[in-house]
Every structure is written in structure tokens, then in C-alpha cells.
Design a binder for this molecule. Structure first.
Ligand SMILES: Cc1cc2nc3c(=O)[nH]c(=O)nc-3n(C[C@H](O)[C@H](O)[C@H](O)COP(=O)(O)OP(=O)(O)OC[C@H]3O[C@@H](n4cnc5c(N)ncnc54)[C@H](O)[C@@H]3O)c2cc1C
Length: 289
């Protein structure tokens, strides 16, 4: 590994200027919890590093025009404890609290988790269930991309080499929307997810289910929305049979996605269990089942 230069821009504009000089041989450094390991293992050999750690505008969470805007350099610890996140989208706080260890949560960023796009990344199912978008900034301007369209495979995204992921924009969920996040791993702390799941359920006055969003990770190259289950649930009266059918359908979708992979049978079983756990958590929170 031979790094020729290391930049510490103080603004996004400066970072873009630095990146424009040689985008294909430059790597962005956020918290470094993925990147430094990849550099040490020789999986990457960039000539230039741009450290986003000094750009204050990329840190923090703000409410704006019916959305929450999260700077890409915001750490899990900040997300986990932020009053706006806890009020409007506690499932993202839960996802953040499930990541690694306190040291990783103090250093690792939500932007880094998205850009690294690991199969088991914990923020991603939560962000998919919340219908989040990301803002990508380059010398050509800004573009907004839905998180689902950003992911194109394990550790692969649509972020161009001259773009920086600057913000995550999440619409505020409508009233009477409940959400949760479930992570199943080999142990309770410092575990890579065997499966992670984000679920939101909107409840109508008449007792029927309104809009449902369900996303799963670590059960395919990239996390994904499970629209088949969402459609099964939406507009239905709540019954235990309905939730059992939804869990079975999720298990089938996961099994089909994994095909002949050795983990398929195991993940089929745990996806049903994770859904059951998620729907029970939401039931306790809303007091309707
Ligand atoms: C011990 C340990 C435990 C972990 N546990 C978990 C876990 O439980 N769950 C989980 O999901 N992850 C876990 N991780 C992985 C890691 O901590 C997260 O993926 C973290 O969010 C990465 O963010 P970062 O700020 O450290 O990114 P970095 O390592 O700095 O960057 C990661 C990648 O994203 C790119 N990048 C970063 N920011 C941007 C940006 N703004 N724009 C464009 N590209 C960018 C970098 O160039 C690099 O390719 C763990 C890692 C370790 C070492």
C-alpha cells in the first residue's frame, strides 16, 4: 500500500474539489471501521485518501420539510440517542444500537455503512423500511437516489467514483405508524447479522392495516423490500392467521432468493421467527394485538 497524499477538507465543496483530481485512485475515509481493515488486508490500494472527519456539515440530524436529514458522517451513537430519531423512527435507533460494540458505534458512520453496502449491514433494512433516500454530491451537482436503487450487490453500490454520499433523507412516517428492527446473530453483542429485518406498520382507525413496509438483510447479496408480504398485509383486518401467513410467505421469499445456498433452510426458519418477533413487538407498542 502506497498512499501518496491524504486530504482533510473542511467543507463538502473542498472534498469534491479534492476528489475531482483523481476519482479512480482516491478513497473516501469516514469512520474507517471498514476501510482501514480493507487497506490493511491489501484489498484496496488507493493513492489518495480524503478524510471526511473534519466536515462539520456532514454530522448531525435535522428536521426539514417533512423529513429527517441525517449527515452521512453521523455515528451510530448519535443516531441511537438522538431525540428526533427516537420520536419519529425508533427502528433506526434500534438498528444503530445493534451495531458492533460501543467503540464501533462511536466511530462508524451511517454513510460508511451504506457506501460499504455489506450484505449484513444493519442500517440498511431499517432505511429501506423507512423509504430513505441518499443525496450523492459531485462536481456535476447533486442527485437523490432511493436506498433500494443504491444497492447493486454485496459491497457494490451505484455511487460513482467522483461522488460523495452527503445526506440521508427520510420522510417522517404518518401518524399511527409503528416500526421495529430485529437482528438475529450468533450472539447478542458484536455479532454480524445472520438476518436483520426492518418493519413499519400503519394502523387505520377501523382496525385494518394501512401501509406496511418490510425489508430484510443478510438473506441475499443486498438487503431488499419484501413487497409480496407488504401486499398480503395491507388493507387486512388483524388476525393471528394473517400474521402466520405473512411469516410463511416471507420464509418462502427468502428461501427462493437463497436457492441452493447451504444457509437457505436455516434462513427460511429464522426469517419466520424474526417476523413473528417484529410483529409481536409492534403489537405490544400499539396495544392492538
Ligand atoms: C469489530 C467490528 C464490528 C462491526 N459490527 C458491525 C455490525 O454489527 N453491523 C454493521 O452493519 N456493521 C458492522 N461493522 C462494519 C462497520 O463498522 C460499518 O459498516 C460502518 O458503518 C462503516 O462506516 P465507517 O464510517 O467506519 O466507514 P469507512 O470504513 O470509513 O468506509 C467504508 C466504505 O465506504 C466508503 N465511504 C464512507 N463514507 C462515504 C461517503 N460519505 N461517501 C462515499 N463513500 C463513502 C469508504 O470509501 C469505504 O469504501 C463492524 C466493523 C467492525 C470492525
Amino acid at each position: 500500500m502506497r498512499i501518496l497524499d491524504y486530504f482533510q477538507p473542511a467543507t463538502v465543496e473542498e472534498a469534491i474539489e479534492d476528489l475531482c483530481k483523481s476519482p479512480h485512485t482516491t478513497k473516501i475515509l469516514a469512520g474507517g471501521t471498514d476501510l482501514i481493515i480493507q487497506l490493511r488486508e491489501g484489498k484496496l490500494a488507493p493513492e489518495y485518501i480524503i478524510d471526511l472527519g473534519y466536515i462539520a456539515e456532514l454530522r448531525g440530524i435535522a428536521e426539514k420539510d417533512g423529513t429527517l436529514v441525517i449527515g452521512s458522517m453521523t455515528t451510530y451513537t448519535v443516531i441511537e440517542n438522538d431525540p428526533l430519531i427516537r420520536k419519529y423512527m425508533p427502528l433506526l435507533a434500534l438498528a444503530a444500537s445493534s451495531v458492533g460494540s460501543p467503540q464501533i458505534r462511536n466511530t462508524g458512520t451511517i454513510g460508511g455503512n451504506l457506501a460499504n453496502a455489506a450484505t449484513a449491514a444493519d442500517s440498511i433494512p431499517a432505511l429501506l423500511a423507512l423509504e430513505a433516500k441518499v443525496v450523492l454530491t459531485s462536481g456535476r451537482g447533486e442527485r437523490e437516489v432511493a436506498v433500494g436503487d443504491l444497492l447493486i450487490g454485496s459491497n457494490k453500490t451505484n455511487i460513482a467514483s467522483d461522488e460523495i454520499l452527503t445526506y440521508i433523507v427520510i420522510p417522517l412516517p404518518p401518524s399511527f405508524t409503528y416500526g421495529t428492527f430485529v437482528k438475529l446473530g450468533r450472539r447478542k453483542a458484536l455479532a454480524i447479522a445472520r438476518l436483520n429485518l426492518g418493519l413499519t406498520v400503519n394502523l387505520k382507525d377501523n382496525g385494518e392495516l394501512g401501509k406496511v413496509t418490510l425489508a430484510v438483510g443478510a438473506v441475499g447479496a443486498s438487503a431488499y423490500r419484501v413487497v409480496q408480504v407488504e401486499k398480503l398485509l395491507e388493507g387486512q383486518k388483524v388476525t393471528s392467521e394473517l400474521f402466520t401467513a405473512a411469516g410463511k410467505l416471507l420464509a418462502q421469499v427468502v428461501a427462493d432468493k437463497l436457492g441452493s445456498r447451504p444457509t437457505a433452510a436455516y434462513k427460511k426458519t429464522i426469517s419466520k421467527a424474526a417476523f413473528k418477533r417484529a410483529i409481536a413487538k409492534i403489537g405490544t407498542e400499539c396495544g392492538r394485538w
